[in-house]
Design a protein around this ligand. Structure first.
Ligand code: TRP
Length: 445
């Protein structure tokens, strides 16, 4: 069975080293696994909730897309798209909104935190809170459920949102599924081993702590400067160091193989100075990040290439989303009005196909004709030309009500190779069929 893995990246910032190690790299590695179908997207609608600076949104979309591509994302394998290029997401968002309990949204962490902050500041509880923030988890549920994702790799702060998505999915299935599981129930996935890279000060690397190491920004120099600022203890060169209490080592390890990790530890225990240790870390990270940075610069210089990749991704995503949304619209009752009559007409056609049929038509000579064909389409009778369509219609009507009896006086000829009794039999069958139709119409009133 294919496992569908989906995750969104909110496009508000510029990726730093912690984003790369904690999210981008593991996602790309996981996307190469056999039996996995990955959907990665730029959550630019979610970005609008957090940011009202259009230029920053634009810049961030470009940088994040370029980062993922530079980091080796294989867009042949993975469906990589922008949320805002898939209108089915916002359409599903509404369907889900209609089955989401308001009380549940009241309990969402991000919304509650905003209300609490207003309380602390003695503000109105709703001050500065948009409906976008309030309904944020529903849009996220739409992202996930539209593609029936099984697994959703996220940070710990997002786990509640995945649980809400499960809940909404369950309610929708129950209400509209008629015993069918319209939506897969998604599962949050937190990769404990790589979840967090420490920042300069040892706390989780995060923009909000202002302790980040840039990934590409500022080039090798910015990387070197940031690593130089990593906090260590005050042991001097020559003094033994404790590798297990140094977050410089954690950052080092994120880029090192087992042997390199061991060597680094041994050297620190043997007295390697922090300055030298940091130089090693810079070299190690640069070895991995340097080539990516070059690809990144090339991509950012050619946004049209990124645009093309994202458009292709959106087309791929919509090839899945469009038919599924049609099914969901059906399920909730948003159905096309012609579907039912069409089905009826098809049924009537099927019945008709079992009996002979008259067809009236006009030729290029401007004259009117009719003909009789057998159930299998064989031509039986052919009329002469009429100046008026009405005349042809009158004859057809008479044939339908009086059957073979009309044959003697009607201006028609037998088709080539057709015996008279064959035409008579067909006319009798048609007459009987018409009588039946009349009777059933009369019965319905
Ligand atoms: N809210 C997520 C975050 O801030 C981003 C996101 C949006 C997302 N839609 C998603 C993550 C769907 C996973 C699945 O990190």
């Amino acid at each position: 069975m294919t496992v569908r893995v989906l995750t969104g990246i909110t496009t508000t910032g510029t990726p730093h080293l912690g984003n790369y190690v904690g999210a981008i790299r593991p996602a790309i590695v996981a996307s190469r696994e056999a039996g996995v179908e990955s959907y990665f997207f730029l959550a630019d609608y979610h970005a609008l909730i957090k940011c009202d600076d259009p230029d920053r949104i634009e810049r961030s979309r470009l940088e994040i897309a370029a980062t993922w591509l530079a980091a080796g994302l294989d867009t042949q394998r993975v469906t990589f798209y922008r949320q805002s290029d898939v209108p089915e997401i916002t359409e599903l968002n509404w369907l889900l909104t209609c089955v989401t309990a308001k009380g549940q949204m009241n309990r969402a962490h991000a919304y509650k935190a905003a209300v609490d902050a207003n309380g602390v500041n003695a503000e109105d509880p709703d001050a500065g809170i948009t409906m976008g923030l309030y309904c944020y988890p529903i849009l996220m549920a739409a992202d996930i459920l539209l593609f029936n994702a099984h697994r959703v790799p996220v940070g710990r702060d997002q786990v509640q949102h995945i649980e809400m998505a499960r809940d909404v999915a369950q309610r929708f299935n129950h209400t509209f599924g008629k015993g069918r599981e319209l939506f897969v129930l998604p599962q949050a996935e937190i990769e404990e081993s790589v979840a967090t890279l420490p920042g300069l000060d040892g706390r989780k690397m995060s923009k909000s702590y202002d302790n980040t190491v840039p990934l590409f920004d500022g080039g090798p120099k910015a990387l070197k400067d940031a690593i130089a600022r990593i906090v260590t203890d005050s042991r001097l060169p020559g003094e033994p160091k404790d590798p297990d209490s140094a977050h410089l080592v954690t950052i080092h390890d994120a880029f090192a193989d087992a042997a390199t990790r061991e060597a680094f530890r041994a050297d620190l225990r043997a007295g390697l100075g922090w300055g030298d240790a940091k130089q090693r870390v810079v070299k190690l990270i640069e070895y991995h990040v340097g080539p990516m940075r070059e690809r990144y610069a090339q991509l950012v210089a050619h946004p049209e290439q990124i645009e093309e990749v994202l458009q292709a991704g959106a087309a791929k995503a919509r090839a899945v989303a469009t038919p599924f949304l049609t099914e969901l619209r059906q399920a909730v009752g948003l159905r096309t009005m012609v579907a039912a009559p069409q089905a009826k007409a098809a049924k009537a056609q099927a019945v008709k196909a079992d009996v002979p049929a008259f067809k009236q038509y006009r030729e290029f000579d401007g004259q009117f004709y009719f003909k009789l064909t057998a159930a299998d389409g064989t031509l039986l009778l052919q009329s002469q030309a009429f100046a008026e369509g009405r005349e042809a219609g009158t004859w057809v009507k008479r044939f339908k009500t009086d059957g073979a009896a009309v044959l003697a006086e009607a201006p028609v000829s037998l088709a080539e190779g057709v015996a008279r009794d064959m035409a008579e039999a067909a006319l009798s069958a048609l007459q009987a069929h018409e009588a039946e139709l009349e009777a059933s119409k009369a019965a319905k009133g």
